[in-house]
Design a protein around this ligand. Structure first.
Ligand code: ADP
Ligand code: MG
Length: 857
């Protein structure tokens, strides 16, 4: 380093403090990167890698981005999970002695972005911190810097930590560098988040008020870790941070990480988008704040019946008051994202337009209150009462800011006339000056008789009188001073004009400066009331989510559930998402019944018949009920589940792809070791990932274990037909199946759940539906016939129990029928493919002749 230039020495020194970030090193109009940063950034950002000749043997790799367009590049890197340290020149280069002083002014990380172009308005952007303790407990704190939200929870056991963190939309986790290496790796690999380190967990007294609700030393540690990290990276005001609230995990329905994903609560597995998820169906919110809150509700459904009923009561009132609800939605649409706005006010990056939006949002409050009153329902009236109207802020904003301020806050035209005396004086001076000038123009036109004479203004020369060359002869010699010559015109000034110009410019400059000062004062005044704004935002979000649930419930004809003990009964239940996707009303409703006597349903039926749909439908219905929404059915008596576990067999688990049998078993184990008799377990075709006997033996053992030891409400779908014999040995297990019928050689799925076991395997029919080559299908049929011809042992109860299991499913002879149909079928298929509209009558005759011949053969 000794033979580096002084600037490179400075660079290396700063870089050493920011090893895990791209260092954007400000050099004039560019942010430059060097060495490894440059090589990596050039690749990630697809920009040119150059070299800086340092006078050493090896030139230094370098690349850069223009300062004015840096935000796009920063976003790109942060989206990929990287951190960017912004290093600015912190003294005026002209005044600098030696190398200009530079400092990192902000560290932009995935969990701390504030810029609206880097945030999705409907999603929270969480950063979390984790502290681990000797007794195996962990403290987790979440923060969304854009909204100021802080939440804290104690979690027991590492496994639970992973499940908890996985279910939240976190981008970054701050941990201790002492967290064991393998745990760090697990966080990185399973959660795909950026890891950051902060070992300083001493409490900063400045933030005492944020911790009022935290009654546990461990939570304080985790929270301090987080606050120290945020302060260290952001280096600016954090006045909008809200008091941390404790999340009592035991008060919420726990969803293991597989459930949230498999049930596609907030995003679909394949596309990763909201479209097609439960959130997509339920989200009729009118504000971005409401949309974010709905997502949080879905991630943490309730357990407390009183709280659930309270939400349902309001949903119920909103449901019936159609006109009022419509008015409510309209009013909500004019409410801006006050939650994020509060954050930006605190950070000091709001403009006039933002504050006008804030005013308009606040002005909706009396409107919202009066609409809520109209429902005439107790809880709704209470909700109206919670909503406070900060009249003084509305008055301040209304008297100060013009209705349509410019984007910039440094160029004036923000503040209304009459708001500030001195500003009015400056403005008058400027206006009078301009008036004087326009009068001068008129006067000079008349005096010189030059109609095209005009007075203009530009930044370089100020005000001037312009006369076109063609009219110069009309101008008396020496009337004005010549200032500038253009191709077609001459420009002049007069001493009086210059004098007025001076006055106008001075007044304008002063008024622009004053406006900026006034604007920041207004902003600071509003900043004092951030907690109030956040409280209002919270109440409005609540209202919005509840109206959304009511709107969806009414639109999709959902029914209010009743909560009962140890029993669950759904009459004509539907899958909330598939029903919407099918739209045409062709979704087939089904009943579900579970109670103490029968708490395991073993579901059989052909592939594609609707087993998985039926199982997920139950879980989704339970979750909807527990967030306080009506549910898709004709009638529902629901049970409040404490946890939901889902495991989709490896063969069906399209996405994880790499999903091995080991993972399948690990996940099954998670359910078995945590479920209680109040839990819901969905095991969908478990055991498929290994050889048949093995898988079936395990599947059976798992069902037995749940039946005998856990007593959880369980839905278990299987293609191992032999398992249906379990009904004889397990009293609380009941067989059901999805009905399918064979019709002229094709399988027809009725998607109807019936009691008892399914009795046919429709694999070949499904293959046919998938349009596998006809010869292949025929060959499969032949093989099946041969196999059926053999004297196969039928599975019996004894055999099941000794583990001698038969591979083949008990398909009752449908083969005779099939033999006949194969041939007819081929003719039919050909007939179907004829494109009649493109045939001449003669061609049609020929084709028909051929087909008839085949049919007779
Ligand atoms: P399985 O798990 O038995 O293989 P799925 O549950 O995956 O079958 O269902 C396959 C398809 O059948 C679904 O994608 C859906 O289009 C349709 N389906 C399932 N259940 C119903 C139903 N109740 N009504 C109408 N269509 C259904
Ligand atoms: Mg399935």
């Amino acid at each position: 380093m000794s033979n580096q230039t002084p600037m490179m020495k400075q660079y290396l020194k700063i870089k050493a403090e920011h090893k895990d970030a791209f260092l954007f090193f400000r050099l004039g109009d560019f942010y430059e990167m060097f060495y490894e940063d440059a090589v990596k950034a050039a690749r990630e950002l697809e920009i040119t890698l150059t070299k800086r000749d340092s006078g050493q043997k090896e030139p230094i790799p370098m690349c850069g981005v223009p300062h004015h367009s840096a935000s796009g590049y920063i976003k790109n890197l942060v989206d990929k999970g990287y951190k960017v340290a912004i290093c600015e020149q912190v003294e005026d280069p002209k005044l600098a002695k030696g190398v200009v002083k530079r400092e990192v002014v902000q560290l932009i990380t995935p969990g701390t972005v504030m810029e609206s172009n880097m945030l999705n308005e409907q999603d929270n952007n969480y950063i979390a911190s984790l502290s681990h303790f000797q007794d195996g407990s962990h403290a987790i704190v979440y923060n969304d810097l854009s909204t100021g939200e802080n939440k804290a929870a104690i979690v027991i056991g590492w496994d639970a930590v992973i499940h908890e963190l996985y279910n939240q939309p976190i981008r970054e986790i701050v941990i201790s560098s002492k967290l064991p290496e393998e745990k760090q790796t697990e966080l990185k690999d399973r959660l795909h988040v950026t890891l950051s380190y902060q070992d300083e967990v001493n409490f900063n007294a400045e933030y005492r008020y944020l911790c009022e609700n935290l009654n546990d030393e461990r939570l304080m540690k985790a929270f301090s870790r987080l606050l120290n990290y945020i302060q260290h990276t952001q280096k600016r005001s954090l006045d909008h941070l809200q008091k941390a609230e404790i999340i009592e995990l035991k008060n919420h329905l726990a969803l293991d990480m597989y459930s949230k994903r498999n049930l596609e609560l907030t995003e679909t597995i394949l596309r990763k988008g909201k479209h097609g998820s439960l959130l997509w169906v339920l989200d009729q919110t009118a504000t971005a704040m409401g949309s974010r809150m709905l997502k949080k509700w879905l991630e943490r459904p309730l357990l407390n019946k009183v709280e659930i009923e309270k939400r349902l009561d309001i949903v119920d009132a909103f449901y019936s008051g159609f006109m009022e609800r419509d008015a409510l939605r309209e009013a909500l649409k004019s409410v801006y994202d006050m939650e994020r706005l509060a954050g930006r006010i605190s950070f000091g990056n709001v403009n006039g337009r933002d504050l006008v939006q804030l005013k308009k949002s606040l002005m909706q409050i009396p409107v919202l209150q009066s609409i809520l009153q109209q429902f005439g329902q107790k809880q709704v009236t209470e909700l109206a009462g919670q909503l406070k109207y900060p009249e003084h802020l509305v008055e301040l904003l209304d008297s100060s800011l013009v209705e349509e301020p410019p984007i910039s806050i440094k160029e004036g035209s923000l503040i209304k006339d009459g708001f500030h005396e001195q500003l009015d004086l400056y403005r008058d001076a400027a206006r009078n000056g301009k008036q004087w000038i326009s009068e001068l123009e008129q006067k000079e036109k008349e005096a010189t008789n030059i109609r095209s004479l005009k007075i203009g203004y530009n930044r370089v020369f100020g005000y001037y009188i312009e006369v076109t060359k063609a009219n110069l002869h009309l101008l008396p010699e020496g009337r004005y001073e010549r200032k500038q010559t253009l191709t077609n015109a001459e420009r002049y000034v007069t001493p009086e004009l210059k004098e007025k110009e001076q006055l106008i410019l001075e007044a304008q400059e002063k008024s622009v400066d004053l406006e900026y000062k006034l604007f920041t004062e207004i902003r600071e005044e509003i900043k004092e009331h951030i907690p109030l704004l956040q409280e209002i935002a919270d109440t409005i979000s609540h209202m919005d989510v509840l109206q959304s649930l009511a709107t969806v419930s009414e639109k999709n004809n959902y029914k209010r559930p009743v909560f009962v003990d140890q029993k669950l009964r759904i009459n004509n239940g539907r899958h909330p998402v598939i029903e919407q996707v099918m739209k045409d009303g062709s979704f087939v409703p089904n009943d579900v019944a579970l109670d103490k006597e029968k708490n395991i349903l073993l579901i059989t039926g052909p592939n594609m018949s609707g087993k998985s749909t039926y199982m997920r439908q139950l879980a989704l219905t339970a979750i909807m009920g527990q967030i306080g929404c009506f549910v898709p059915c004709d009638e529902a008596e629901l049970f409040i589940f404490d946890q939901i576990f889902t495991r989709i067999g490896a063969a069906d688990d399209l996405v994880s792809g790499q999903s091995t049998f080991m993972v399948e078993m690990l996940e099954a184990n998670h359910a078995l070791s945590h479920a209680t008799e109040n839990s819901l377990i969905l095991l969908d075709e478990i055991g498929r990932g290994t050889s048949t006997y093995d898988g079936m033996a395990l599947a059976q053992a798992i069902v037995e274990y749940i039946h005998n030891n856990i007593h959880a409400k369980t839905l278990f779908s299987t293609h191992y037909h032999e398992l249906t014999a379990l009904e004889n040995s397990l009293p609380r297990l009941k067989n059901i199946h999805v009905r399918a019928e064979e019709y002229e050689g094709n399988v027809v799925f009725l998607h109807q759940i019936k009691e008892g076991a399914a009795d046919e395997s429709y694999g070949i029919h499904v293959a046919k539906l998938a349009e596998l080559p006809e010869p292949l299908i025929e060959r499969a049929r032949t093989i099946l016939e041969q196999l059926e011809g053999q004297d196969r042992p039928q599975p019996t109860k004894e055999k099941m129990e000794t583990g001698q299991l038969s591979f083949f499913v008990d398909t009752k002879a449908s083969s005779k029928k099939e033999k006949l149909q194969t041939h007819d079928h081929k003719v039919l298929e050909e007939l179907k493919t004829l494109n009649l509209f493109e045939m001449t009558p003669l061609e049609a005759m020929n084709a028909l002749y051929k087909l008839q011949k085949q049919a007779k053969a």
